[in-house]
Design a protein around this ligand. Structure first.
Ligand SMILES: Cc1cc2nc3c(=O)[nH]c(=O)nc-3n(C[C@H](O)[C@H](O)[C@H](O)COP(=O)(O)OP(=O)(O)OC[C@H]3O[C@@H](n4cnc5c(N)ncnc54)[C@H](O)[C@@H]3O)c2cc1C
Length: 378
């Protein structure tokens, strides 16, 4: 129980949980097994009002705050991490347009909120994701437009997207200070999407690379200001880290539930294994980290809702929750013995999915790098 969470939020959680258990649960394993993008999930989430939660009502969304958004991501992730990841990456796109986009650009959010169109956030390149200032993509100015040259990799939702936020250098000599964010539409000349990347987990993800060789983009499609793309990327990523932490939190909740259920039902030497102290240690540590993770995620979300600086909180939350998930999913597999290592069990899927949470939106090393900046006294 969370002392600072008003009743309204618990009611919201119950509503989302009911939807996830009734609508998503029955398909989640199949989407993973068949590597199928969950269009049905997206449609159902849009109808239920779970998509576009963070988009204000004036732009066609539900206009909820960050705390409700993270509760929704947590609940969806508990049942279908891949659908939650789609929401999470979509929210990076939404935040880019909402925080830095023009009024004209914000008009596209209505279709996004209704699940009719999908947007992506394309920063990582084949040569690296951690070194943002080192991206190789360039945008050459030609009269009142830019021509984009380069490529991206690991772009979630790319295969199904209508809109792409693409970061490229407009002033390569300025390194990180010469990056600009562009809004690129599907079908733009010389802009290619694919092929699909086959991941270890999150197998229903429509993740792919992008290649552009002279793709024309109008100057009106700059998001924010020219050469201020690094500010756009860092602001959006920093706040987005609480969303991926919520995803890890929902998965950790499921790891705990599956582990407790199995430990109570499985007998060894005539006793349910939950009676053995080795197993109890795994479960009590899971429960403790689960409680701590939830407090960190909700606190960071509330700081965002109060428009406060969250660099330190977002990085430490992501580091703690994603690494807790990695530790405990390993123990969850141990508790379930051979069943935890068998395809078709939720634990096996969670074990494959978990590692994405320490990688996306910055690796654990990158989080420690961010946090190390808070150690210096001047
Ligand atoms: C499932 C999935 C979905 C993704 N979706 C998207 C997306 O939608 N959009 C997008 O733009 N990107 C996306 N990414 C990319 C993700 O953000 C990158 O994988 C991540 O930032 C790491 O970049 P990299 O894989 O290129 O590793 P690298 O940056 O090459 O790093 C390799 C290793 O070196 C370490 N390292 C690098 N630099 C340092 C340093 N200075 N100090 C210490 N250690 C360092 C890293 O921590 C890592 O361990 C996705 C990735 C995955 C796995």
């Amino acid at each position: 129980m969370i002392a600072f969470l008003p009743q309204e939020y618990e009611e919201f959680r119950s509503k989302v949980r009911k939807f996830c258990e009734n609508v998503l649960e029955k398909n989640a394993m199949r989407w993973d097994e068949e590597e199928e993008f969950p269009y049905d999930s997206l449609k159902a989430m849009a109808e239920e009002g779970i998509l576009g939660l963070g988009i204000p009502e004036e732009y066609g969304g539900a206009g909820t705050n960050r705390l409700k958004l993270v509760i929704a991501i947590e609940e969806v992730a508990r049942v279908d991490p891949n659908s939650a990841f789609i929401m999470e990456v979509e929210s990076l796109f939404d935040a880019t347009i909402l925080l830095f986009g023009s009024e004209e650009q914000k008009k596209i959010l209505k279709d996004v909120a209704q699940g009719k169109k999908i947007g992506t956030f394309a920063l990582t390149e084949p040569t690296g994701g951690t070194d943002v200032a080192g991206i190789k993509s360039i945008a050459k100015k030609e009269n009142d437009r830019y021509l984009l040259y380069g490529s991206k990799y690991f772009i979630t939702n790319a295969l199904v997207a209508s809109y792409f936020v693409v970061f490229a250098k407009t002033a390569p000599e300025l390194k990180g200070k010469g990056i600009t964010a562009f809004l690129v539409e599907k079908g733009t000349e010389n802009f290619r999407v694919g092929p699909k990347i086959h991941l270890t987990g999150f197998r229903g993800s429509a993740i792919a690379g992008l290649q552009y060789n002279g793709a024309p983009v109008k100057k009106e499609n700059i998001i924010g200001k020219e050469n201020e793309g690094i500010k756009v990327a860092m602001t959006v990523l920093e706040r987005g880290r609480v969303n991926i932490s919520a995803l890890a939190l929902g998965m950790l909740q499921r790891v705990y539930e599956e582990s407790v259920k199995f430990a109570n039902f499985r007998k060894s030497m005539e006793n349910p294994i939950v009676n053995y102290q080795f197993i109890q240690n795994y479960l009590t540590d899971m429960l403790t980290d689960l409680e701590a993770s939830r407090l960190m995620v909700y606190n960071t979300a509330m700081l965002i809702d109060r428009n406060m600086q969250v660099g330190m909180n977002a990085a430490s939350t992501k580091l703690f929750v994603s690494e807790a998930l990695m530790r405990h999913v390993k123990n969850g597999v141990e508790i379930m013995g051979g069943y935890g290592y068998t395809r078709g069990t939720v634990m096996e899927r969670l074990a494959r999915d978990a590692h994405n949470t320490t990688l996306s939106l910055g690796t654990s090393e990158a989080m420690r790098l961010v946090l190390s900046r808070y150690l210096r006294m001047q």
